[in-house]
Unconditional design. Structure first.
Length: 417
């Protein structure tokens, strides 16, 4: 799943009260044997992995680790209410783009890591806001190219290669003459199309994603990217690709049915392809027509601690412990999610897993998703940027200008005092 986009939609009131008793460490700081308790919140799929590393931490710190199961975004949405009420866990996982807002709002513990040598600047940037560190990076995530090995001998290297696929009769879309499913990408979705915009010189916020007053989604390069997208929608793709609500289902079905040679997607899709026994490969997204690399968002998640924890020192120790070289690699072995820890990532890359290697290679050109609160306005403001242009509703420059104006107006209304 797309971790950071999905998070903004979880607002149900029931989410805020669910599982309060299970996360009551702040009110009950000691276990039955008198030891301190550190409550760790993770999703069910990660529980076994955390169980496997907790014993050493418990022994070294004379503490009991209490694991509670809760969906990550539910936990993050609940923190502002659960924390002051004494019902929040001590530590939890958080999508990188949620860390900045929660940190600035005073809900996360600022930490002073003793050693960040196993993380690069890009990794630490995603857990840092205004010079303050609010977490430790655990995994990285970005888009890649999937291709059908039964249809293509090698992964396409350039977008010219992808355009050539549209000439292959195997990918002709029967119900629309002249249209092709050789290569498909959900570019009506801003998350999916951002790599195209960035590859041409567009950007969300200036100063490495920290200056919300500088928005580059309507500059010359971004508009050129929109015009290139228009070429695909108008010349090559079936009309249904313009429907943002159904385009992804169409793309996935075409790929699973062997009617698409290559698609852009996230690592979360691989499980479906494997289950369907599809002979697929993964590779970095091809080079753009301007000779630049596709530059999708870099995301993922890290460990964070609640500002309301009664055990801040233990919480910070857990953040560093759970992301050290050994435990970061163990998490990869358990989940196949690529480590943010560079030593563990190198070891993971040596396993010659195509998807892992593709994510690692693509991450080099990926742009960290801005983690300041204003990013929420970008998701909504840029939602129709591509669609309005490719559907013929607006000219490329007008569509980009209008999207940026909406973003600026919403930021001014909600964040500028």
């Amino acid at each position: 799943m797309i971790l950071f986009k999905k998070g903004f939609a979880l607002l149900a009131a029931s989410v805020l009260t669910f599982g309060l008793a299970a996360c009551s460490n702040s009110k009950d700081p000691a276990s039955s044997d008198g030891k301190k308790v550190l409550t760790v919140s993770v999703e069910e799929t990660y529980k076994e992995s955390i169980e496997s590393i907790k014993a050493k931490f418990e022994k070294e710190n004379d503490v009991t680790i209490k694991i509670v199961e809760k969906q990550m975004f539910e936990q993050l949405e609940a923190l502002p209410l659960d924390g002051p009420a004494g019902n929040a866990p001590d530590v939890m996982l958080a999508a990188y783009d949620r860390i900045g807002g929660l940190g600035q709002q005073g809900h996360l513990l600022e930490i002073k890591p003793s050693n960040t040598n196993s993380f690069g600047d890009k990794e630490m940037q995603q857990v840092t806001v205004d010079g303050k560190v609010y977490g430790m990076p655990l995994v990285i995530e970005t888009l890649v190219l999937y291709y059908n090995k039964d249809l293509l001998q090698t992964a396409p290297k350039t977008f010219k290669d992808l355009e050539k696929l549209t000439e292959d009769s195997r990918f002709a879309f029967a119900s629309e003459k002249g249209k092709s499913t050789g290569f498909l990408a959900k570019w009506t979705d801003f998350y999916m199309s951002y790599g195209l915009l960035a590859g041409y010189g567009g950007y969300v916020f200036g100063k490495n994603g920290t200056d919300s007053g500088d928005i580059g989604l309507n500059n010359k390069g971004a508009v050129e990217a929109v015009k290139y997208a228009e070429k695909w929608f108008k010349t090559y793709w079936p009309k249904g690709m313009q429907d943002n609500s159904s385009a992804d289902d169409f793309i996935q079905q075409m790929f699973l049915d062997g009617k698409a040679g290559a698609i852009i997607g996230g690592p979360w899709s691989a499980a479906n392809y494997k289950e369907a026994k599809l002979n697929y490969g993964a590779a970095p997204i091809p080079t753009l027509p301007n000779g630049e690399e596709y530059a999708p968002f870099a995301g993922g998640k890290g460990w964070v601690a609640s500002k309301y924890t009664k055990e801040p020192e233990l919480a910070e120790k857990w953040l560093e412990y759970a992301t050290n070289d050994a435990n970061a690699y163990a998490f990869y072995e358990d989940t196949n999610e690529v480590p943010a820890n560079t030593a563990a990532r190198k070891k993971a890359d040596e396993q010659k897993n195509e998807l892992t290697s593709a994510v690692i290679k693509q991450y080099e050109t990926a742009t960290p998703t801005p983690n300041i609160p204003e990013m929420a306005e970008v998701w909504t403001g840029a939602e129709s940027l591509i669609f309005d242009a490719v559907s013929g509703k607006k000219a490329a420059q007008t569509s980009a200008n209008d999207a940026v104006n909406v973003i600026k107006d919403n930021i001014k209304e909600k964040y500028v005092k």
